[in-house]
Design a protein around this ligand. Structure first.
Ligand SMILES: Cc1cc2nc3c(=O)[nH]c(=O)nc-3n(C[C@H](O)[C@H](O)[C@H](O)COP(=O)(O)OP(=O)(O)OC[C@H]3O[C@@H](n4cnc5c(N)ncnc54)[C@H](O)[C@@H]3O)c2cc1C
Ligand code: SF4
Length: 162
């Protein structure tokens, strides 16, 4: 793993300012995707801004009858929320179908939506992958050179969008 610096942000404004001032900075939440990618040196951020201390872990009703989901709501908590289970059952089912209980306890809503592709070749640095190394080829479709983008980045992403 490449060396990096680290700080804990105390407010969203502080997090945004740190990202703007530090080249190569990335936010880290549960770390369940970013740390794997850093160990493989697919992601090599020079600086990590830990956002776990920000108060963005609420699920709130909106006046128009919807729900506002905070960036730091854990997948476990989102899936278990009674309003989500009642009105957005497909989202609960998508979340509990993903990963494992331990990972869902750490994974956040923002991290889930912003994780990199789950295509296994992207994580296997011995295999060609256009998304990891542009122009190297696509191990999922070895006959073609273009990434057809067949995989959603996260199971929950299409459901949140819907
Ligand atoms: C073994 C394993 C199995 C898995 N199985 C599934 C599965 O079946 N289905 C599925 O959908 N997913 C699966 N995942 C992926 C998992 O859901 C993601 O790793 C997780 O949702 C990422 O959330 P995180 O909070 O840990 O993100 P992190 O790893 O902390 O961050 C991921 C990305 O989001 C960015 N980010 C995080 N928070 C913020 C924020 N507040 N603002 C701006 N940017 C932010 C980070 O900079 C980084 O680029 C699996 C992961 C593992 C390791
Ligand atoms: S589909 Fe191909 S280019 Fe896209 S992530 Fe997978 S191996 Fe890489």
């Amino acid at each position: 793993m490449k060396s990096f610096t680290y700080e804990r942000a105390r407010s969203p404004a502080e997090a945004a300012a740190a990202a703007a001032r530090t080249q190569g900075a990335k936010f880290i939440a549960g770390g369940t995707n970013l740390l794997d990618l850093m160990k493989l040196e697919i992601e090599t951020p020079a600086h990590l801004i830990d956002v776990n201390g920000l108060a963005l872990d609420k699920i709130e009703a909106t006046p128009d009858g919807g729900l506002r989901i905070g960036a730091l709501v854990r997948n476990t908590d989102l899936a278990a929320d009674t309003r989500v289970r009642r009105d957005y059952g497909v989202l609960t089912r998508a979340l509990v179908a993903g990963a494992t209980g331990q990972l869902r306890n750490m994974a956040t809503t923002a991290g889930n939506l912003l994780q990199r592709t789950r295509c296994p070749y992207f994580y296997d640095t011995n295999q060609p992958c256009n998304k990891r190394v542009p122009g190297s080829g696509c191990s999922a479709h070895p006959g073609g050179s273009d990434d057809p983008g067949p995989r959603s980045p996260a199971d929950a992403a299409p459901k949140v969008k819907a």
